[in-house]
Write a protein that binds this ligand. Structure first.
Ligand code: NAD
Ligand code: TDX
Length: 337
């Protein structure tokens, strides 16, 4: 069994990945997260005392702090989720995106090389490929044409990982996935924002004409893909994961309202996102053939499960919305770390 250093494990996908690793594998997990607004230790309350789990607070862009983390914990594998992840925030200010996504990734690569990490899994995104018209799919060979500061910073990090393989012969794999949804997603992203607003009787802000298309994947299907890439991927390779579920935003919003028994009068068209990518769609045939991976959830099953989760876990997202979740570290954790 290996020791995994999971960066960004207090975020949405990282926390789901840690839960999967602790229940379905014998790996030890060190969760390294600096706890930005998106880092929420309440995502992990059910496993925080697991004997194979440890939380460490630290900033991936701080080389001194990372030296201490790698020297102390001696990870075998790094699974790198930590990032600034919200496109709208990158439009307002790109600086943190460059610091965390680009500089932070290089710091982790340097420390992984120095401390002889055996495999580095870099979690990236379909957004590095840019935007599609009505037809076609992104393959791993599609040229990177990032359009937002977020996706440009992720593309930069992908290139640094590629360079580490080429120059230093590091064993790295890159995963690129489409839009995730499911439990513990921060309610600034489309699906949880719409569910929470609908439940609170607020307006549902749809950008532009609502006809932008995303390829939706249930978060545990993405986590299974990352695990498959970690276990069976080949050094230097890129693997695309998609949910086989292209939907227009307006369709998604209307489905959420239907599942909640709410009326469409809550929909409110707002000014479009600057540089808004029109369509993403993934060709995942490489991961299906070589990693023996496939998504298990249809969009209908996944959305139903997600709506049910947000209905049941209302205190979780209400504490996020009020900011109360940010006290959890101080109240429950600081003394233990
Ligand atoms: P998230 O915003 O929910 O979580 C990011 C986590 O990283 C947070 O816990 C945050 O505290 C942590 N973090 C941020 N800066 C840090 C730093 N400097 N040092 C240490 N930790 C830091 O993001 P997510 O949606 O879970 O995405 C995780 C990864 O997956 C990202 O790399 C993202 O680009 C990628 N991805 C996301 C999606 C998606 O649909 N959400 C799709 C494809 C790829
Ligand atoms: O209020 C909204 N109204 C709206 O119409 C929000 C927040 C979004 N949208 C639209 C914009 C997009 O077309 O919904 C779509 C999805 O938006 P986001 O949830 O912000 O996701 P997106 O911009 O597609 O990026 C996501 O998928 C790829 C993640 O945030 C990234 O981290 C991931 O890499």
């Amino acid at each position: 069994m290996s020791k995994l250093l999971v960066t960004g494990g207090a975020g949405f996908i990282g926390s789901n990945f840690i839960r999967m690793m602790l229940s379905d594998s014998g790996h030890e997990v060190v969760n390294l997260d600096t706890l930005t607004y998106a880092g929420n230790l309440e995502n992990l309350t059910d496993i925080e005392r697991h004997p194979r789990y440890q939380f460490v607070r630290g900033d991936i862009a701080d080389p001194v702090a990372m030296e201490e983390v790698f020297a102390t914990h001696k990870p075998d594998v790094v699974v790198h989720f930590a990032a600034e992840s919200h496109v709208d925030r990158s439009v307002l200010d790109a600086s943190l995106f460059v610091r965390t996504n680009v500089t932070g990734t290089q710091v982790l690569l340097d420390k992984s090389r120095a401390h002889k990490v055996v495999r580095f899994v870099h979690v990236s995104t379909d957004e590095v490929y840019g935007s599609l018209g009505a037809w076609g799919y992104f393959t791993e060979d599609t040229p990177m044409q990032a359009n937002s500061p977020y996706s440009a910073s992720k593309a930069g990090s992908d290139l640094l990982v590629r360079a580490a393989v080429h120059t230093h012969h590091m064993d790295c794999v890159i995963t690129r996935c489409s839009n995730n949804y499911g439990p513990y997603q921060f309610p600034e992203k489309l699906i949880p924002l719409m569910i929470a607003n609908a439940l609170e009787g607020k307006q549902l802000p749809v950008y532009g004409d609502g006809k932008n298309v995303r390829d939706w994947i249930y978060v545990t299907d993405h986590c299974a893909g990352i695990r498959a890439a970690m276990e069976r991927g080949k050094a230097g390779e890129v693997y695309n994961f998609g949910g086989n579920a292209e939907r227009e935003n307006l369709f998604v919003v209307k489905e959420i309202l239907r599942l909640l028994g709410k009326g469409e009068e809550q929909i409110h068209y707002v000014k479009d996102r600057p540089g808004h990518d029109r369509r993403y769609a993934m060709d995942s045939s490489k991961a299906r053939a070589l990693l023996l991976w496939e998504p298990k959830h249809t969009f209908e099953q996944g959305l139903r499960a997600t709506v049910d989760w947000y209905l049941l876990q209302r205190p979780w997202w209400e504490r996020v919305r009020t900011g109360a979740y940010q006290d959890y570290y101080k109240q429950q954790y600081a003394n233990r770390c």
